[in-house]
Write a protein that binds this ligand. Structure first.
Ligand code: URA
Length: 248
């Protein structure tokens, strides 16, 4: 018998939660999300709202920002980069993820979060949230790879940030997820200890911002941290009206 899309998504999520250290098991589907709650299908709540005239065209705005960046030589990161990693996803996304900066895979492909950490973020989006990467928007604090994957320096972040801010203003997401301390620090203008700061709503220019661990940190600190990230993602889903199961 063919498996229903609901069953398939249920299995995906069960597998994902197991990877996240939360082994609910397939025998307890109520701990996931019921079909009535609707969030296991591509969530209609994540569909872009009807465009209103004053929104302009976020896709065109993003195109103009990309053009403005051009073959950027505004900071030293241009010297080592292969490709500028602008950002990817739905120009009308209700949810935006912001990371730190491109790594080797991103530098090669020009797309954010496609390496190992990216695969984990993609799992969170697809298996965990039941969405696709095209439903959300993904970008970074800096658009060029820092040498040896070091943390972007303050002047590099400051040079690049206006473009990210313009992207956020064009997309106008309802929620931003800041991945790691560097994203929080530059978006919010405060030094944070992510272990203490994560999981508490903050705000970027009126947009609710959820700080959580960076996926690279999860690769190094598997179970405990993954559990906390899943908690943060559940808070985001609730804020976006994506219904959630009862906790056991
Ligand atoms: N880490 C980031 O912060 N961003 C990427 O795009 C990839 C890895």
């Amino acid at each position: 018998m063919a498996r229903s899309p609901f069953r398939e998504q249920l299995e995906l999520r069960a597998g994902f939660l197991k990877e996240m250290g939360l082994d609910y098991g397939m025998d307890r589907p109520s701990l996931l999300v019921t079909p009535e709650q609707g969030a296991l299908q591509r969530s209609p709540s994540l569909e872009a709202a009807e465009p209103s005239p004053e929104d302009g065209d976020p896709g065109a705005k993003l195109g103009a920002i990309r053009e403005e960046i051009g073959d950027c030589r505004r900071c030293r990161l241009c010297e080592g980069r292969t490709k500028i990693v602008f950002g990817v996803g739905n120009p009308r996304a209700r949810l935006m993820f912001v990371g730190e900066g491109p790594g080797a895979d991103e530098d090669r492909t020009g797309e954010p979060f496609v390496g190992r950490a990216g695969q984990l973020l993609t799992d969170i989006i697809t298996k965990g949230m039941g969405l696709t990467r095209q439903d959300v928007y993904i970008a970074n604090i800096v658009k060029c790879r820092p040498p040896d994957n070091r943390t972007p320096l303050p002047d590099e972040a400051a040079t690049c940030l206006p473009f990210l801010e313009a992207q956020i203003a064009a997309i106008r997401p309802e929620v931003i997820v800041a991945l790691g301390a560097t994203a929080c620090q530059h978006l919010l203008g405060v030094q944070v200890q992510i272990t203490k700061f994560r999981g508490t709503w903050s705000n970027f220019r009126g947009i609710p911002l959820m700080p959580t661990f960076h996926p690279s940190y999860l690769l190094r600190n598997p179970v405990g941290a993954k559990r906390l990230v899943w908690q943060d993602i559940q808070a985001v889903m609730a804020r976006l009206g994506m219904s959630l199961p009862e906790k056991p």
